[in-house]
Design a protein around this ligand. Structure first.
Ligand code: TK8
Length: 337
C-alpha cells in the first residue's frame, strides 16, 4: 500500500514535471505565414482572419505567426491562388468561384438558386460533397482547409431599381471570373463583365461597369454604397469562401503544425459564420441609412429568373457537370427533408 502510494506520488510528480516538457516537445518551428484576402480589415473576412491569427498564436505558443494582408495587397484571388501553388505565399481566403480554372467542379456552387438557407449550405460544404471537392485541390498544389460564409449574393447598380429581370437589360454588370456567372447574367439580359474583385470599386467609380453582385456584408464593408444607388435583394447564389494553403509549403510542415492549422481553421469557420450572419442582419439598415434605395424581388419574379437561367444550368450539365449537379441536389435534399 505504502509502495503503491509512493509509486503514485512519483508518477504523479513525474507527470507534473514532464507535462510542460511534453508540450514544448511538440514539433513546432517558428514560422511566418502570409495570409492574403481581398476585403478590408474591418470586413467580416478581416475579422475572421484576425481570429485565425490569434488562434494560431495561442495554439502554437506564439510560434506560428500568421500575418494577414487585406485589400488584395498580395494580389487578386486568382493571383494569390497561383502564388500558393508556386509556394510564394502560404495561405489565403477567397471565393470558390474563382477556382474554376484550377478545379472545374467548383462551378457547381455557382449555379443559381440551389440553397434555400445557410443551414443547407453548411451541411453540404462541411459534409462529404464539400470535402470531396476540396480534396480535388490537392493534386493542383492547394490544400482546401475549411469553407467560410461569403453569403447570399444580391445586385447593386447605379442606373435604376431592378424590380423585374428586364430592368437588367443593358446594365454592365461586373461578375466574378467564372463562366457560370457570365452565362447567368447575360441570360438575364445584362452585359456581364468579368473582373477581379480588387478592380471592382474603381470600375464602378469610373463607370466602366454600372453594377455588381455580392452579399450585403461586402456591399457595406467595401463601401459600394458610395458608388451604387440601387440594391436589389435577389439572393441568386449562395457564395462560400474557402481557406487555402499552399500544398508545397504545407507538405513541409510537421504533423503537429498541420494539426494546429486544421484546428485553428475549424475554429475560424465557426467564428466567421456566426459573425457574418450577425453582421448581415445589420447591413440593410446601414445601407439604407447611407442612401441606397433597396427593393426585394417578388417570388413571382424570382420564379421567372429561375426559368431564364435554365439554359445556363443545361449548359453546365451538358458540359460534363450533370452527375455532379445531381449529386449536389441529392445532398441538399437530404438536409431539406
Ligand atoms: C474577395 C472576393 C469576393 C467575391 C467577389 O477577394 O469576387 O465578388 O465575392 O468576396 O472573393
Amino acid at each position: 500500500m505504502k509502495l503503491l502510494r509512493s509509486v503514485l506520488l512519483a508518477t504523479g510528480l513525474a507527470a507534473a514535471i514532464l507535462a510542460p516538457v511534453a508540450a514544448s516537445a511538440q514539433d513546432i518551428k517558428p514560422r511566418l505565414i502570409r495570409f492574403g484576402y481581398g476585403l478590408s480589415e474591418s470586413s467580416n473576412q478581416g475579422r475572421a482572419v484576425k481570429f485565425f491569427v490569434e488562434e494560431m498564436s495561442k495554439r502554437s505558443g506564439g510560434k506560428l505567426k500568421v500575418k494577414g494582408f487585406a485589400d488584395a495587397s498580395l494580389g487578386s484571388d486568382i493571383q494569390m491562388q497561383n502564388a500558393l501553388i508556386g509556394g510564394a505565399q502560404e495561405m489565403m481566403v477567397g471565393s470558390t468561384a474563382t477556382l474554376v480554372g484550377i478545379v472545374k467542379d467548383f462551378a457547381v456552387f455557382d449555379l443559381p438558386f440551389l440553397f434555400n438557407n445557410e443551414q443547407e449550405a453548411d451541411a453540404v460544404f462541411d459534409g462529404p460533397f464539400g470535402q470531396k471537392l476540396a480534396a480535388k485541390l490537392n493534386e493542383k498544389g492547394l490544400v482546401g482547409l475549411v469553407y467560410w460564409e461569403n453569403g447570399f449574393r444580391n445586385l447593386t447598380n447605379s442606373k435604376r431599381p431592378v424590380e423585374k429581370v428586364e430592368d437588367l437589360k443593358g446594365i454592365k454588370l461586373r461578375v466574378m471570373q467564372n463562366p457560370v456567372y457570365i452565362d447567368m447574367f447575360n441570360g438575364f439580359g445584362a452585359n456581364a463583365v468579368p473582373l477581379s474583385f480588387s478592380e471592382l470599386f474603381t470600375a464602378m467609380e469610373t463607370g466602366t461597369v454600372d453594377g455588381q453582385e455580392n452579399p450585403v456584408t461586402t456591399i457595406q464593408s467595401s463601401k459600394f454604397y458610395e458608388v451604387q444607388k440601387y440594391l436589389t435583394i435577389s439572393k441568386h447564389v449562395y457564395s462560400p469562401w474557402i481557406v487555402l494553403a499552399s500544398k508545397r509549403w504545407y507538405d513541409g510542415l510537421s504533423a503537429d503544425e498541420r494539426k494546429i492549422i486544421a484546428e485553428a481553421a475549424a475554429a475560424s469557420r465557426d467564428f466567421e459564420r456566426k459573425d457574418s450572419r450577425e453582421a448581415s442582419k445589420q447591413s440593410i439598415a446601414y445601407l439604407k441609412d447611407k442612401g441606397m434605395q433597396i427593393n426585394e424581388l417578388s417570388d413571382a419574379e424570382l420564379g421567372r429568373m429561375r426559368e431564364m437561367v435554365k439554359p445556363a444550368m443545361d449548359k453546365f450539365a451538358a458540359d460534363g457537370g450533370a452527375d455532379l449537379l445531381n449529386e449536389l441536389q441529392g445532398e441538399i435534399n437530404k438536409v431539406r427533408k
